[in-house]
Design a protein around this ligand. Sequence first.
Ligand SMILES: Nc1ncnc2c1ncn2[C@@H]1O[C@H](COP(=O)(O)OP(=O)(O)OP(=O)(O)O)[C@@H](O)[C@H]1O
Ligand SMILES: O=C(O)c1ccc[n+]([C@@H]2O[C@H](COP(=O)([O-])O)[C@@H](O)[C@H]2O)c1
Length: 229
Amino acid sequence: MSIYDLVIESKFYNNDKIADFENNYDGLRVGVLGGTFDPIHYAHLATVEFIRCKYKLDKIIFMPSGDPPHKLWNITNKYDRYNMVLLAVAKNKDFIAFNTEIEKKGKTYTVDTLRHLKKNYPGAEFFFITGADAICDIEEWKDVEENFRLATFIAATRPGISLLRAQDQIEKLETKYNANIISVYVPSLDISSTYIRDQLKRGNSVRYLVPENVERYIYEKNLYGVGDE
Ligand SMILES: Nc1ncnc2c1ncn2[C@@H]1O[C@H](COP(=O)(O)OP(=O)(O)OP(=O)(O)O)[C@@H](O)[C@H]1O
Ligand SMILES: O=C(O)c1ccc[n+]([C@@H]2O[C@H](COP(=O)([O-])O)[C@@H](O)[C@H]2O)c1
């Protein structure tokens, strides 16, 4: 099957998962992983799977950013990033790709996304999952205090980010904003999208770092300079 057919098939499955969620969200514990996903990789998937099991979350929403306020370099076209997320979650009935931020005009802020989710799925409880790096910068986010009112935050350890610094920051945030933040040790996978982009640019393999269909998509669409001399 061509990669384009696989994207269409993944969209079709994803629409089914969304329809099922819309009919049954009441009372569910829902994890949300926001990210640029440029591209999505196995550390994203393994981290949320670990958290899903540990905190008995029913569903995980993958929320690719449309126009993230903090990424100042050129990021990949949002539809390509979204398609790669669709391919990555296709085979998991509990992982759902949402295009809320992709379809939003202007900069995309987490507080607007959480407001949208709370309004549309009022009986669900939301857990916003971030790596420890993101939690260290959270005071720069729009309406930081409201973010904490709308969701419980789960900060996952990440290689290269000092647990001590993250823990200090979490305690500070909890006191200052009366925030509910869970910090969780997840088995380390030292993978980042930056590393993957860099490997691809150098003509190196990213096999086993990203799902097979994501790798195929990257090559078919010549993303990250793979076809360049
Ligand atoms: N290896 C990892 N372990 C734990 N959390 C991760 C890991 N990689 C990414 N995350 C978390 O997943 C979320 C989305 O990450 P993002 O899409 O920015 O990927 P990234 O690998 O950090 O990208 P980049 O290298 O381009 O900054 C963030 O909260 C980030 O902290
Ligand atoms: O709302 C904000 O002001 C804000 C500022 C920086 C990052 N975020 C969110 O944090 C999540 C992880 O960001 P990133 O940089 O790792 O892709 C992603 O969902 C972003 O939209 C949100």
